[in-house]
Design a protein around this ligand. Sequence first.
Ligand code: G4P
Length: 531
Amino acid sequence: MNVDNEIARRKTFAVIAHPDSGKTTLTEKLLLFGGAIQTAGAVKSNKVKKTTASDFMEIEKQRGISVATSVMSFEYNSRLINILDTPGHKDFAEDTYRTLTAVDSVILVIDCVKGVEEQTEKLMEVCRMRDTPVQVFINKMDRDGRDPYDLIEEVEEKLGIQVFPVTWPVGIGKEFKGVWHLQDHQMTAFTAGSAGEELKVFRDKESEELTNFIGNTFAQQLDEDLDFLNELYDEFDQEAYLNGQLAPVFFGSAINNFGVQELLDYFLKIAPSPFARPTQARMVEPLEKKFTGFVFKIHANLDPKHRDRIAFLRICSGVFKRNTFYMHTRINKKLRFSNPTSFMASKKSIVDVAFPGDVVGLYDAGNFKIGDTLTEGEELFFKGIPSFSPEIFKEVVNRDPMKSKQLDKGIRQLSDEGVAQLFIHPVGQRKILGTVGPLQFEVIQHRLLGEYGAKMDFQPLNYYKACWIRSDKLEAMAEFKKRKHQHVVKDKDENDVFLADSAWILKVCREDFPDIRFYTTSEFKVDLMAG
Ligand code: G4P
């Protein structure tokens, strides 16, 4: 076993998108290429993304399924690809943000009819926080979408990243003829529902065969496009891609498995293998001999009768081995895992060894919080599992005084899992939960009752944002806290957080307290590398 080779051949990434753009469909096609699944629908049928009303069965299903498809691995051209799944429902967006800390690159899917959407922008913001390399797939070209020039301009403007088209569409919607590969200088002809078939390829742009296939108007348009694009986009700048500044762009139709091969081939060529990750003390290189890793996601077990949970660990360096003692650095305790597991669709298997870039599921009886680090003994804490300002805030109201302890424990454990963010008001220890979407509150109420026997309600609070506050001036902070004592709370790590009623109030506070810095995420880029 050559560990260096194992690391170099791994590519760990996530497919991200605004809901409905085709993330699930594209993921499924990628898995089909790798032979990881045999039939279309294996991933898709598992998806619950349109749940808006109370439907606990659906919520439970969503939880179960996201465990089952947490990491989808396959071998392709002697590479090992790990796709980390992200939830389809926007209410679970925080899960996605956290998963992005565990990948080495992403593929961003955009719907060519809708262009860059709200969630696309948020996801990109998270990518930008850690300069994650991005490839863009513009999907649904079989639909009457927008002009490709408009689309790439929008990507550059709204997402703040430069683009580098690798394929370019010939026609769109009913007139979609195929994509021209700007590097390979050939066109692949579009055929609807072409999964698995050999596609027709035109290698000579001037050939009569190509002109006959696409027609004179498109042939002329292709000439003009190529003149323009070749002029504008010269050589691919690999370094700019790896620094998250340049995104190769592909056009296609995931449902028709079209344009996906081009995306995958290019991905294999350029996407990074596992790279160094920052801790509070130093950078950890994947090639280091000693094992390190961090937990980026925690899931309650599928069986509601057991309180076991599964913590998902991203391996950052060395080799992770089954049945070996590792140090849990936050609680300073040695733990060993007899059944580390990999998940793939409905298949589970025990993992004996795992390498940097891999993710293993660890059965956990309550030792882990999101962000926890395991090492061979060194006191390290991986950085960069951010919390983002929630959008909806509610206060917890206990409905059964006999069960206060259970309620307290349940709330803490669910917030360790990242289901919601817990804020505690210093006066009276009032508990405030913040989430991205309303669905999480249903999950919380349902689980507190089902798993902890704690009956509770929520009292809605009208907050606009949670802002982590910092200041270099002690007096300024003391003055701010005094003046705003009703709205300053502590997060799970005892950081001060200001709950702002409105955008206007926040603006006024910023003006009135120039020595206080307000952040809408718990992690600030400048602090990433600081001790
Ligand atoms: P998501 O995970 O990003 O939320 O998107 P998903 O793959 O579920 O795709 C959303 C919808 O878009 C699905 O239709 C899917 O079939 C469709 N779709 C995906 N890729 C393409 C494409 O290339 N062209 C076209 N025309 N449609 C595409 P749905 O009606 O919501 O679901 P279903 O009934 O097809 O399952």
